[in-house]
Ligand binder design. Structure first.
Ligand code: SF4
Length: 336
């Protein structure tokens, strides 16, 4: 068995790419993405819909095979693992889906849904033990009274309750890593905060490491203030930094534009905030990507003859963050 050490991150993706479609009409949903998530850390993937963040989450959760690149769990490429090792990885890494309506089988009771993985992985010895474990898990995720809810079907629960059931199901196998894909975006704003607080508690009390996927920078800021944010644009990471630095001092023009559109808690501040205008509102089609920097048709700081010709690489800026932008590289003396 492979032991995690402090040098080996729990999750690492290296130059991960995933294409869909035929050879003639290939689209790259994820294109050369690399990041590390050490044990206990939290990384948020943020970006507009269609930017590749959900596909990246599925690649990390082992639900999709990469077209190229590596997905490492405790330093081992998951697609080169032995069957038993892969099984251990699949229980250690759990995915919470965006849609609690679709992810729970409407034909089964909540008890059946929660206990299926418990019996499959021999984590309980009897039905009484399974019931006890369900009650324990429901208390952890704040579903009360458990005895009542366990006998119901998914359609008898509210959206927030269903998402808590999804979290409880993920916890049945004691995961060390959770990929939460837009886990709170389909529930009412009023219960979003309590769900986020519950997920944050799991991180601390149960030592769970997170990949938190969201289109909402404000949510990422709230959930991962002590973590890091990777901003994705059209399949690639264009800026990665620890959360306070990315929020307070974004370097990439796309991150700056995204942040300028985030409303503040104080309506006065929102009103006085200057929204950065983009040259175009259109997100490029994956079937017809722009040359050079993929953001150049929209970028207000675009440098003609450079940005439309050469694709900027994601480079370390020397202060612990990574940015893919010619302008930033030029300002920092990294290119002429
Ligand atoms: Fe804008 Fe050029 Fe930077 Fe792309 S590389 S974000 S077009 S300044």
């Amino acid at each position: 068995m492979i032991q995690a050490t402090s040098q080996v991150p729990l999750i690492e993706v290296r130059n991960l790419s995933r294409a869909f479609g035929s050879r003639r009409h290939r689209i790259w949903a994820v294109d050369d993405v690399s990041f590390r998530v050490p044990h206990g850390d939290i990384l948020c993937l943020v970006g507009e819909s269609g930017c590749g963040k959900t596909t990246t989450g599925k690649l990390v959760a082992g639900l999709l095979r990469p077209t190229s690149g590596e997905m490492l769990f405790e330093g081992r490429n998951i697609w080169e693992m032995e069957r038993s090792e892969f099984k251990r990885y699949r229980t250690a890494v759990q995915l919470i889906h965006q849609d609690p309506y679709a992810s729970l089988n409407p034909m089964h009771t909540i008890y059946d849904i929660i206990t299926a993985p418990l019996f499959r992985h021999n984590l309980v010895s009897s039905r009484a033990h399974a019931w006890e474990r369900c009650v324990e898990l429901f208390n952890i995720v704040g579903l009360t009274p458990p005895e009542d809810l366990l006998r119901k079907h998914p359609h008898e629960l509210s959206g927030g309750q269903r998402q808590r059931v999804s979290v409880a199901r993920a916890l049945t196998v004691n995961p060390s890593f959770i990929v939460a894909d837009e886990a709170v975006s389909m529930v009412d704003v009023s219960i979003r905060v309590s769900l986020l607080t519950m997920l944050g508690r799991l991180r601390k009390e149960f030592d769970v490491t997170f990949l938190f996927i969201t289109h909402d920078l404000a949510l990422a800021k709230y959930f991962a203030w002590d973590g890091r944010i990777a901003v994705m644009y059209v399949g690639s990471v264009i800026e990665l930094a620890d959360t306070p630095r990315l929020i307070n001092d974004p370097l990439h023009p796309y991150t700056q534009a995204l942040l300028s559109a985030v409303p503040e808690a104080d309506p006065e501040l929102t009103r006085s905030k200057q929204r950065i205008p983009l040259r175009s509102q259109d997100i490029p089609s994956l079937l017809n990507l722009p040359t050079g920097c993929r953001f150049h048709p929209r970028c207000p700081q675009f440098i003609e003859g450079l940005c439309d010709v050469q694709r900027p690489a994601l480079v370390d800026t020397g202060d612990g963050r990574q940015v893919a932008c010619h302008l930033v590289a030029r300002e920092r003396g990294m290119i002429k």
